[in-house]
Design a protein around this ligand. Sequence first.
Ligand code: HEC
Ligand code: HEC
Ligand code: HEC
Length: 345
Amino acid sequence: MSRLRTVIVTIAALGAMAGVVGLAVVFLGLFNTSAQKGHWPITSWVLHTTFRNAVELRAPPPSEVPHDLEDAALIKLGARHYDSACRMCHASPGEVATATIAAMVPRPPQVERAVAPWRPEELHWIVEQGVKMSGMPAWPDPHRGDEVWSVVAFLSAVQRGLTDEGYDRLTAAESQGYCAGCHGPQGTSRAPRLDILGPEYIALALAAYRSGERPSGIMSHALSQVDPASDAELAQRLATLPGPGRAPLPPPPAAAEALARGGTSRIPACLACHGPENSNPLIPRLVGQSPEYLQQQLILWRAGQRGGGERAVLMHSAAQGLTDPQIEALAAYFASRDAFPEERP
Ligand code: HEC
Ligand code: HEC
Ligand code: HEC
């Protein structure tokens, strides 16, 4: 019994001493925070092993990886976001980071090395969550893990050997400006086309992104690159910017048109608001919009994660009763036409 006591007293005394040493390190500045020499090998090993195991434990299951990760438009969207948000630290394929970035501790690995050890679901976790105490940022919006897959699609293309010429083609500067890089004629069909929208609706959308009411890591990053004072002028200009061309889509199932026109007991008729006689500038046009974009937005509406202007609440209730196949059919219905017959001259 007295031996057990001695052990407990010794452990308590050691604990108290460790506490005192810890406080001394914090308050007397004993730990050298200089980044000049880097970590001791043991510290690097502990940090990196902790990081690797944390990723393995928390990454989503492989079944959550979307099946269209090799889609060219998705890769392009990820590449263009990467070019603006990540390249400064991880460089592009074949490129070397600046001397200042190379002096970071830990040093951000060059993109080809950064992606090498990881599976797609692990890359998703790292890019969504970031890495504490390393300089690796989290995704700007915690509720938009769906957007992160575009960057994973790009990183997977790097794993498959994307060349520096391939990278330059994906991220080439667009003569009509930064926003047109995704939304313009050479952009990606994963970004919505803007020429079917009015300047009032676009201005409202930009304000909703800026306030965070409409969550999007991609758009909040893009808007942080431009002065808010130019939003009104941008909205005017982008309302006439032609989107990326694409091959005509097959006609959607006839049931989709019936649903859009007539609705059901649980689902309101979409065309009551989004139809040809809509003259409300704050209700966006859907005909000819990108099908992937429409589908993604409807899923967000249904989940209560798509903010917008003050009329957005109308859409929240409109999307509540939709099933996955209905969402797919309605997206195909609106995307596959470029106008309503009633609107043709
Ligand atoms: C400010 C610099 C910085 C920015 C910007 C940045 N990262 Fe990182 N990133 C880091 C650092 C530093 C690490 C190393 C973390 C470590 O080793 O503990 C890292 C780690 C990673 C890793 C894991 C590599 C590994 O095995 O250690 C991936 C993948 C990654 N970043 C992708 C991205 C993507 C994609 C973006 C843009 C959305 C991005 N990073 C933006 C600094 C940055
Ligand atoms: C890296 C690609 C990319 C860039 C660059 C980009 N966007 Fe976007 N934009 C997107 C994506 C993706 C969405 C859909 C986001 C969402 O889920 O809400 C979007 C959505 C929008 C919308 C909402 C459209 C709608 O139908 O509701 C507007 C307006 C917009 N962007 C304007 C801009 C402006 C202005 C700029 C330049 C400052 C810009 N975008 C730059 C990819 C981009
Ligand atoms: C009561 C009117 C109303 C009805 C009915 C309605 N919507 Fe909407 N819808 C809106 C409004 C208003 C917005 C714009 C919200 C915002 O962002 O400010 C919108 C936005 C959308 C968007 C986003 C478009 C973009 O460019 O981002 C989609 C997709 C959409 N609606 C699809 C549908 C579908 C499909 C139906 C039928 C199931 C439907 N809506 C029924 C009013 C309506």
